[in-house]
Design a protein around this ligand. Structure first.
Ligand code: ADP
Ligand code: MG
Length: 344
């Protein structure tokens, strides 16, 4: 009996290896996957790590984040906080608390240039929405007192968020895609994915390197022709590249271009001769909030401000086709279109 038993146990693994191993190694990685999430086109390319299971996990996570953080979904945690504004604190998940704590941090850091309580203005203008509206000054004056991140009370011990004034509304559209990109990277690192490209509506994360020792080449869109080739090329490894621009969501009325980044002080889309502001750094949450904030600040304040922040690089493109960039990114930057000029 004994010899026979051992015979089976030795031959079975050999048989298994011979039959199944060639089939496994031949299996091709899946190509990139694209879905509409966060109201925009989200594409992930896992390259050699592209399996049905991992793509499934990542996109399910993105959809769950949208369900939690979208101000346009009535049942989201953000909407529940908004519905209770001026009434009572609302219990939310640790994840929403984290995103709002980050949002508050960047609001403070940028002196309110980034403000997650921008919701009433986003709703009033509805830029890029179904009913875009050019508000009167009276309509703007009515909502301006509701825009103030200091009236958002986060109680991390109790796990609640409270908006002090009735009518206040959170909108984390300026930071949520960054957080989502960081989540994608966290899951990928857990799964030992060596390289990937994540593009959540222009919020890009280049994980790892393109090949051993070769950086990724990431384009900054030509803000005058966003559908044509990029204006600038950045060579990056293991970093996020996030751009806030006037060309993403807008409407044109009476020869005026109204876009979706608001000055929380005036209640109007920011007008400071900037076409786009790009942030390059390892944290996509930081890059998303700061690209919006730097756009609001403008390049004259934005460049010296970015230089005070550790590991934050920034590139601004102006209406005059001038490019301003922090010193740290200049060696990795190539201007691709001749009408643009780097200003010292
Ligand atoms: P995109 O959504 O095109 O990637 P941004 O990251 O700059 O661009 O985010 C713009 C969005 O952020 C707007 O659609 C709005 O939801 C919100 N927002 C607009 N102005 C501000 C602001 N000053 N502070 C914070 N969020 C803002
Ligand atoms: Mg942003």
């Amino acid at each position: 009996m004994k010899p026979r038993k051992s015979h089976i146990f030795i031959t079975f693994p050999i048989f298994f290896t011979l039959v199944f191993l060639p089939a496994c190694t031949k299996k091709e990685a899946l190509p990139s996957r694209t879905e509409m999430i966060f109201g925009t086109v989200c594409t992930i390319n896992l390259f050699e790590s592209g399996t049905e299971q991992l793509y499934g996990t990542l996109f399910a996570r993105l959809r769950a984040l949208e369900d939690t953080l979208s101000a346009n979904i009535g049942t989201s945690e953000i909407s529940r906080i908004n519905d209770a504004a001026g009434q009572n604190p609302v219990q939310v998940s640790a994840e929403t608390l984290f995103v709002l704590t980050e949002a508050e941090k960047y609001a403070r850091l940028t002196g309110g240039a980034f403000d997650p309580t921008i919701g009433p203005l986003v709703k009033l203008w509805d830029i890029g929405g179904d009913h875009p509206h050019l508000p009167t000054q009276a309509e703007i004056d009515a909502v301006l007192p509701l825009i103030n991140y200091e009236d958002m009370v986060i109680d991390s011990a109790a796990g609640t968020v409270f908006l002090k004034k009735a009518g206040m509304k959170l909108d984390v559209g300026g930071i949520a895609k960054g957080y989502a990109a960081d989540e994608m990277v966290r899951i990928m690192r857990e799964q030992n994915v060596p390289r990937a490209l994540i593009d959540l509506g222009g919020n890009i994360y280049a994980l790892g390197d393109k090949a051993k020792g070769t950086p990724w080449r990431i384009g900054i869109k030509d803000p005058f022709n966003p559908l044509s080739g990029p204006a600038v090329r950045l060579d990056v490894t293991d970093k996020t590249v996030v751009t806030s621009g006037v060309y993403e969501r807008f409407f044109d009325r009476g020869g005026v271009h109204y876009h979706h980044i608001f000055d929380p002080q005036t209640g109007y889309p920011v007008w400071n001769q900037l076409m786009s502001a790009t942030v390059i750094t390892p944290s996509s949450t930081a890059a998303d909030a700061l690209s919006t904030a730097l756009f609001v600040m403008g390049h004259e304040k934005g460049i010296p401000f970015a230089e005070t922040l550790p590991d934050i690089e920034a590139v601004f493109i102006t209406e005059a086709h001038d490019i301003y960039a922090t010193p740290g990114i200049r060696p990795d930057m190539t201007i691709l279109a001749e009408e643009f000029e780097l200003i010292d």
